[in-house]
Design a protein around this ligand. Sequence first.
Ligand SMILES: NC(=O)c1ccc[n+]([C@@H]2O[C@H](COP(=O)([O-])OP(=O)(O)OC[C@H]3O[C@@H](n4cnc5c(N)ncnc54)[C@H](OP(=O)(O)O)[C@@H]3O)[C@@H](O)[C@H]2O)c1
Length: 290
Amino acid sequence: MAKKVLVTGANGMLADALCPLLRKAGYDVAATDINGDSGIIKSDIRQVNSMLSVVKEHRPEIIFHLAAETDVDKCELQPEHAYNTNWQGTENIATICKELDLTMVYISTGAVFDGGKEGGYIETDKPDPISIYGMSKLKGEEAVRSLLSKYYIVRAGWMIGGHNKDKKFVWKIVQLLNSKPEISVVTDKTGSPTFTSDFSRGIVDIVGSGKYGLYHCVNKGICTRYDIAVKIAEFLGKKEVVIKPVTSDAFPLPAPRGKSEAMLNHNLSKLGLDKARPWQEALKEYLKNI
Ligand SMILES: NC(=O)c1ccc[n+]([C@@H]2O[C@H](COP(=O)([O-])OP(=O)(O)OC[C@H]3O[C@@H](n4cnc5c(N)ncnc54)[C@H](OP(=O)(O)O)[C@@H]3O)[C@@H](O)[C@H]2O)c1
């Protein structure tokens, strides 16, 4: 019989790749989100009792906890909302996993770091978030670690993917390239692009390994937002659009961003499971299918 699993945040960008992949890998997936949709069970991670009823009804062996407030600026402006969702919500899921003896997979972020390291953070580097979003996700990690022994925490970088769920950088740049003769893109922050399809395969491999713990799972290569925009324009054949390099002062935003959120897949490499391909290849594949 197929192994039962439950996914939170199933309406989101990452779940767009992860849920189909889990089904393809033979898992029986119960999908949940704050907004119920066709095939998605409506359930708020902040409501521990209603989450517990959903989990008891579906009896999964693993919970993939993706649900989060991912709008970094909204988190900065509404810290209580950020902590309720990303910290308390995660603690609720971890508590349920503890009570029912389930394995938990928690998706975290490179925003837990302060951004001062060049060359990419590895799993043993000390987190020190500079934004509310980063802090709320780190508190989520700490809750998982303190309550459970059967857990995987997997940190992603700048997410690429999502199709109609994409509301992040790639989607924004595609809209701008389709509508403006000139766009400005930031050159003074670096990160690790993370294609949702590749990341999902990484998660399935990590869980398949049975080696609990903390993992970074990003595509290969460190780049700026400007580098990504240039590649998007190239892959979409938008040669006529001028892409102007600017520093982040040109876009004042509520939440601070570290100079670098780049990561390296150190623990995946140690297990021989680092299958990351260069971010440019992943981006090209994504853009072919949007
Ligand atoms: N996107 C990135 O660049 C990125 C990078 C690194 C790590 N991550 C992490 O990866 C995970 C998945 O992110 P994603 O990119 O798929 O984000 P997403 O597209 O924003 O998906 C998150 C989903 O969770 C839902 N949600 C929010 N609050 C909830 C609640 N209280 N109860 C139940 N569901 C709730 C959201 O609904 P609404 O849309 O209605 O709020 C959304 O459908 C998150 O944990 C995120 O922190 C993301």
